[in-house]
Design a protein around this ligand. Structure first.
Ligand code: C2O
Ligand code: CU
Ligand code: CU
Length: 463
């Protein structure tokens, strides 16, 4: 539709004035200057003293929340001010392959002082995130993980929202970075951080009007940690998982049945703030020892008489529905590697070990010549990918460029919600279904970065 037609169409609608305004802002956005981001060194006080040598998009702030609108073009120029190479990936967004930010597979690494242009139109609304896919361990561990929101075309009816970027930092007593991983842990469940944060703070408190309806978006951007989240206080409901509105109900997470969220995953909660001023809702991580509060919402001011029923249902995203009857089954096995080798990673960093494999072959490195796809899917066809974990450790298996839904597990009942990441528990097999709707070479890897960078990676070709 041309811009003129769109405006005319809106003016004819029942809510003409409001929609016309939207039309104008669309035109402005499309013609506007592209967003410019500079990956650079940063410093920030996370744990009492200033941490040096962080990586962000400004010198003293966490990576900002990027906002775009569903079905509207988005253009960003990413400049590299670091010494090392980089590349930016838009996690969970179904972008054209060239815009996916995977070095050697979809683009060249971005050298110091170079700028790379990314342009795409997000088809799906929801909560996503961005992170580098080159020097991944180094740059993510130092801070470069940010939230990306694709707004729905229409308001869903919340009074306010809070966006929470959950992650750890590995800091020593002096608040400076310590080694990002140990080979011993990389070969097991991964190396955890020493300081748990929400938006780079420890248990920040966000105030909302008493009784208000809050959209809480939680994003796990940590390189390793699998969160077990639950909410204390007033109730609400789970409205979206991994970007997409839930289709199968997901239970409200409690201390006895927390929501398990692996690296890269997201959850959105609709929360009605407590009706009593000063009362709190605390989002907590259930850990072996004492539960750890991550972020707190507090009621302040005169009560708003709102009800969860006032909310509209989130509109479903236009993800193609796989045809399970005609779907071909393709199997993958994730586990330790039978062969130890020195990975080749070109300009994008190597941890120097291989511990893991897909189909018993470790990924030889981002820049290795002659790497073949793990599978070749036909564009437009439906597939069931059988993901089998033959290891005792959990793996959040992430696929770029395509959205899928789990259809069965050999261990538990899984809600069949759209996602980009399947969290495989110890010895679990999960079947996922998808339509191979987006052509290209799509990275396919564990999102525990130590696993990804020591062999548990590959790609799937759709053509
Ligand atoms: Cu969030 Cu291949 O990554
Ligand atoms: Cu991704
Ligand atoms: Cu893994």
């Amino acid at each position: 539709m041309q811009r003129r037609e769109f405006l005319r169409f809106c003016a004819g609608g029942s809510a003409g004035a409001v929609l016309s305004l939207t039309g104008v802002s669309i035109a402005t956005t499309a013609a506007a200057e592209p967003l410019r981001l500079r990956i650079q060194k940063a410093r920030y006080t996370i744990n009492g003293a200033v941490t040096q040598d962080m990586v962000s998009l400004s010198q003293d702030q966490p990576p900002p929340v990027l906002r775009m609108k569903q079905h509207e073009p988005f253009v960003v120029h990413v400049t590299n001010d670091l010494e090392d190479y980089t590349a930016m990936h838009w996690h969970g967004i179904r972008v054209p392959n060239k815009m996916d930010g995977v070095p050697y597979l979809t683009q060249w690494p971005i050298a110091r002082k170079e700028t790379w242009r990314y342009a795409f139109t997000p088809e799906d609304a929801g909560t996503y995130w961005y992170h580098p896919h080159c020097m991944t361990m180094e740059q993510m561990a130092r801070g470069l993980t940010g939230v990306l929101i694709v707004e729905e075309r229409e308001s869903v009816g919340f009074d306010t929202e809070t966006i929470v970027n959950l992650r750890d930092f590995r800091l020593g007593e002096d608040s400076q970075f310590i080694k990002f991983f140990s080979p011993r842990m990389a070969a097991r469940s991964g190396t955890l951080g020493t300081v748990m944060t929400a938006n780079w703070k420890q248990n920040p408190v966000y105030e909302h009007q008493t009784g208000a309806l809050v959209r809480l978006r939680l994003v796990a951007t940590d390189v390793t940690r699998i969160y077990k989240l639950f909410a204390t206080g007033e109730h609400g409901k789970v409205i979206a998982i991994d970007g997409h509105p839930v289709r199968d109900t997901v239970a409200w997470p409690t201390d006895v049945a927390p929501h398990i969220m692996g690296p890269g995953q997201r959850i959105e909660l609709a929360i009605k703030m407590p009706d009593r001023e000063g009362a709190e809702v605390v989002i907590t991580h259930q850990s072996g020892q004492a539960p750890r509060p991550l972020v707190t919402l507090r009621s302040v001011g005169a009560p708003l008489k709102r009800n969860l029923k006032d909310l509209h249902t989130l509109p479903a995203n236009p993800v193609p529905e796989p045809d399970l009857k005609s779907a071909e089954v393709v199997e993958f096995v994730f586990g330790w590697t039978p062969q130890s080798m020195k990975p080749n990673n070109g300009y994008c960093g190597s941890l120097g070990y291989t511990f893991w494999s897909i189909d018993r072959k470790p990924w030889p490195g981002d820049a290795a010549d002659g790497t073949k796809p793990l599978a070749e899917l036909k564009l437009g066809r439906s597939y069931i990918l059988r993901l089998r974990n033959e290891s005792p450790n959990a793996h959040p298996i992430h696929l770029h460029g395509l959205t899928f839904r789990p259809i069965r597990s050999n261990q538990r009942n899984l809600p069949s919600n759209w996602t980009d990441t399947a969290l495989l528990l110890k010895n679990e097999t999960i079947d996922i279904a998808l339509v191979a709707s987006n052509p290209g070479d799509w990275a396919f890897h564990c999102h525990v970065i130590e696993h990804q960078k020591t062999g548990l990676a590959g790609f799937i070709r759709v053509s």
